[in-house]
Design a binder for this molecule. Structure first.
Ligand code: GLN
Length: 513
């Protein structure tokens, strides 16, 4: 097999090939590292690549396998990690100048889990600063580009992970989703991503944005691969007080579903129509018809408070973020700058100067907003009101899930926009998360899968939402629809398209392989 052929395999195929002895983990890992060296300069998907560490794990797996040891299912299959998770031996920046070069003293629980699953960690992926954004343009280390069109955004905040997976620079990646940062990047890059139920995956060692909304989850190119990584990441962690003490939902098993007879699916009236790109709506309608062909019953449901989700989110998130980011005070972490001409600056002066130098505009905007919303005299009017709206949104979900098993909507109103297009218009950027935010406010799980391309030849995502702890339902519906669409297209959408948009590097690699 050539290096390119190895990178084109699904994670499940990689795992099987390793067991069958078709190739080694060192070969598989090296193929990805070579591809990263080739394509990352154009994509900027990785902020840090750990050649030595990834190959050391790969070698260990190959030796253990040769010695006949029993190994975890994904042992030897490489993975990328969003730069929001603490990693021993690799810098962790959260996309911020504030943490440039910071080496965490411990691994996040999810990173420790990847290590015990014996998965070579290729490196750390780019992201909007402190996960605030929908385009990865707010990264202090330059934007990531969409593999479908290098002039377009790969989504955000987890654009590094989605671009890495979409360009075959990793079969699997980790993301974090506070308001859509796994699902929205998946949608605009033609990949799959899941935000698990709040508490379903540990947040210990993950740099906090808004703690009541943050959730870690898997990114991949197929529903089954996403499920395989979900199973590795999920489960109780006593180091995270919000971690659910419940078994990981049977997501891998659910991914073999092909028939949806008896399944009731609700179309959320409020997440569609006005403001949505025609090509996005067209693909959504086709997917909906496919679900009926697969045996599902579709009904329209109303979630009236979803229209206020964006307003509530942009009070809850900045409030929690302003509190979480107060720790970057130049006393305990990161960059320290004294104002010019001050020989021994006071703690307050150092804090003010360092935070001015270390944070980007979007982060400052949200800290100011959050601090204002939490200040005495305004707390009840803003933060308190937002929390009440949040409860109403959770009640909308509850009522909807009394009628249906799963909800669907387009994942995003539009396909990937051009780099720079919304950078000076924060509100326009925020609107991209219209469909994904309600799930975070209510703590329910959500998934995005590709359902074709729009009139601009760019990928469209379909979002599934399920009740809390019922993550397996997303995988059941997602897998059945994915299988039907793959059959219709004569192969996975991404495989065909990625060959087109990255034709040159692919050919170059093929020649050298
Ligand atoms: N784009 C959303 C925001 O800017 C979501 C971010 C996220 O999920 N981390 O807040």
């Amino acid at each position: 097999m050539t290096k390119t052929e190895l990178c084109l395999l699904s994670a499940a195929q990689m795992a099987n090939g390793l067991v069958a002895g078709d190739f080694t983990s060192v070969e598989l890992t090296q193929a990805h590292l070579d591809r990263i060296a080739d394509l990352n300069p154009a994509l900027n998907a990785y902020l840090y690549v750990d050649d030595a560490g990834a190959l050391a794990t790969a070698r260990e797996v190959d030796e253990a396998r040769a010695a006949g040891q029993d190994l975890p299912r994904l042992a030897g299959v490489p993975v990328a990690v969003k730069d929001i998770a603490c990693t021993v031996g690799m810098p962790t920046t959260a996309g911020s100048k504030m943490l440039e070069g910071w080496m965490p003293p411990y691994d996040a629980t999810i990173v420790a889990k990847l290590k015990s699953a014996k998965m070579p960690i290729l490196g750390k992926t780019n992201m909007d600063e402190f996960a605030m954004g929908s385009s990865t343009e707010h990264s202090a280390f330059g934007p990531t580009r969409n593999p479908w069109d290098l002039d377009r955004i790969p989504g955000g905040s987890g654009g590094g992970s989605s671009a890495a997976v979409g360009a075959y620079l990793a079969p699997l990646a980790i993301g974090s989703d506070t308001g859509g940062s796994i699902r929205q990047p998946a949608a605009v890059t033609g990949t799959v991503g899941t935000k698990p139920t709040y508490g379903g995956v540990s947040r210990y060692g993950v740099i906090a944005l808004a703690s009541s909304l943050d959730q870690i989850g898997p990114c991949a190119r197929s529903v089954t691969d996403t499920a395989l990584l979900h199973e590795v990441l999920g489960g109780h962690d006593e180091m995270d007080s919000t971690s659910l003490d419940a078994p990981v939902p049977a997501v891998v098993e659910a991914s073999s579903t092909r028939d949806l007879t008896g399944m009731k699916i609700g179309v959320v009236k409020e997440i569609s129509g006005e403001g949505f790109q025609p090509g996005v709506l067209a693909r959504f309608e086709e997917a909906r018809a496919k679900l009926v062909e697969l045996g599902a019953e579709i009904v329209e449901v109303s979630c009236p408070h979803f229209t206020s989700a964006m307003a509530a989110y942009y009070l809850v998130l900045p409030s929690e973020a302003s509190s979480n980011l107060a720790r970057y005070d130049a006393m305990r972490y990161g960059l320290r700058v004294g104002p010019d001409g001050v020989e021994s600056p006071s703690a307050e002066q150092v804090m003010a100067a360092s935070r001015a130098a270390g944070f980007g505009d979007e982060v400052k905007r949200r800290i100011i907003l959050g601090t204002y919303a939490l200040s005495s005299g305004y707390y009840d009017a803003y933060y308190g009101q937002a929390q009440k709206v949040r409860t109403l949104i959770a009640c909308d979900f509850e009522a909807a899930f009394e009628q249906v098993d799963v909800l669907i909507s387009p994942t995003t109103p539009t396909t990937a926009f051009k780099l720079g297009e919304k950078l000076d218009d924060p509100l326009a950027m925020y609107l991209g998360d219209l469909a994904t935010i309600p799930a975070n406010l209510a703590g329910v799980p959500g998934m995005s899968i590709p359902v074709g391309v729009a009139e601009d030849n760019l990928p469209v995502g379909l979002q599934f939402l399920a009740p809390a702890t019922q993550d397996q339902r997303l995988y059941a519906v997602g897998a059945a629809l994915e299988a039907a669409l793959t059959e219709q297209w004569g192969g996975p959408m991404l495989d065909q398209a990625a060959h087109l948009c990255l034709a040159q590097p692919f050919d170059k690699q093929e020649a050298g392989a």
